[in-house]
Ligand binder design. Structure first.
Ligand SMILES: *[C@@H]1O[C@H](CO)[C@@H](O)[C@H](O)[C@H]1NC(C)=O
Ligand SMILES: *[C@@H]1O[C@H](CO)[C@@H](O)[C@H](O)[C@H]1NC(C)=O
Ligand SMILES: *[C@@H]1O[C@H](CO)[C@@H](O)[C@H](O)[C@H]1NC(C)=O
Length: 356
């Protein structure tokens, strides 16, 4: 009987301990949800109930996420850490959160991610890191995120996507890289993203897109490239998108409006599965006389100069050929008449000789 009572007592204290709430926070639904939002915290509080699945720590002032900050709370599914002034994250800061599905780290001051950032985050589906100062990302930073479906890296300073950086993200459906400093989209960057539906690359510094860069994408419905520094593109870049229907957004680029660009767009517009959403808003920046003009309005006039050149060349060639034929004919006639004249003289001479 005593044994039994002791057991019950031990069990009760354990339950009480698990359901205890950190004094600075509020807990709901028998401590499933822990709300520590905007409590002036400077570190992750101790004593968060083990069974909690949502922890909101946003709007605090936590400059550094220490190693193993969340070891006790292994059941966590949602972790909100936005607006915390996080500048650095130690190695293994998030390890042990193997059930975590959503992680919000947006609006912090991170410049780097530890190389093992994603280790143990195999269940993560939604990762938000918008509005940080991320520059260079290690190729290994996202290696553990095989379940990730949404990745938001918008409003950072990313200049280069390392080949292989997105290799592990084969479940990715949504990739937001708006407002970064990307200069190129290289072949080999998006190799495993067959399921990617939305790719936002607008407001970067892209001048060059490899013709095969988008070829692995099989499900893309939206590709935004507005506000970059594209002045020309190849038709092949977009033709390689083997998707039932893709919406393209291409305005606010410094387009060089020449006959070539007109032809590329004319071909894109003819492909049924490609839709240029903002074609009417695409304006030229060069050549200078066309600056600000709408590409749709200029349209086939862009090839007018070229047509005129072709016409001039053709006419010149025809005239030259005709002239050559006429000259040849005249020469032939001249030679014939000369020959006849010569013959006449010869005949005349022989007649004269006979007369003598
Ligand atoms: C990031 O900041 C920009 C500009 O302040 C804002 O428009 C945008 O909504 C922010 N993004 C997120 C995901 O909070
Ligand atoms: C954009 O890229 C060019 C080089 O291609 C560079 O000179 C320029 O500084 C970049 N712009 C920004 C805002 O980083
Ligand atoms: C075109 O530009 C106008 C004015 O800037 C804007 O209101 C409109 O939403 C744009 N349309 C598209 C499809 O981007």
């Amino acid at each position: 009987m005593l044994h039994y009572l002791i057991l019950v007592f031990v069990w009760l204290t354990m339950v009480m301990a698990t359901k205890r709430c950190p004094p600075q926070c509020s807990c709901y639904d028998s401590a499933d949800l822990v709300d520590c939002r905007a409590r002036g915290l400077t570190h992750v509080p101790h004593g968060i109930p083990h069974g909690s699945w949502l922890l909101d720590l946003s709007w605090n002032e936590i400059p550094e996420l220490r190693s193993r900050s969340f070891t006790g709370v292994w059941a966590l599914k949602v972790l909100l850490l936005s607006n915390c002034g996080i500048k650095a994250m130690q190695s293994n800061a998030l390890t042990s959160l193997s059930y975590l599905e959503k992680l919000d780290l947006s609006h912090n001051e991170m410049q780097l991610l530890p190389p093992d950032f994603s280790e143990g985050l195999g269940s993560l589906k939604d990762l938000r890191m918008a509005n940080n100062s991320l520059g260079h990302l290690e190729a290994s930073a996202f290696r553990g995120l095989e379940s990730l479906q949404r990745l938001d890296l918008s409003h950072n300073c990313i200049q280069v996507l390392e080949p292989g950086m997105l290799q592990a993200l084969s479940s990715l459906r949504y990739l937001n890289l708006r407002w970064n400093l990307l200069e190129e989209v290289r072949v080999g960057t998006l190799t495993m993203q067959q399921g990617l539906a939305v790719l936002l690359l607008d407001h970067n510094n892209v001048t060059r897109i490899d013709a095969e860069a988008f070829a692995p994408l099989r499900s893309l419905t939206l590709l935004s490239l507005q506000g970059n520094r594209l002045f020309s593109v190849t038709f092949k870049t977009f033709l390689s998108l083997q998707t039932p229907g893709t919406h393209l957004q291409l305005s606010a680029n410094p387009w060089l409006c020449d006959c070539e660009l007109h032809r590329v767009f004319a071909k894109i517009l003819r492909v049924r599965r490609l839709h240029v959403d903002d074609y009417r808003n695409i304006t030229c920046q060069a050549p200078p006389p066309l600056a600000g003009a709408s590409l749709a309005y200029m349209d086939s006039q862009l090839c007018a100069a070229e047509t005129a050149t072709v016409l001039v060349i053709s006419v010149t060639v025809i005239v030259t050929v005709v002239f050559a034929i006429v000259m040849a004919e005249r020469n032939r006639k001249k030679r014939k008449s000369l020959r006849n004249q010569g013959k006449n003289w010869a005949e005349q001479e022989s007649l004269d000789g006979q007369d003598r």
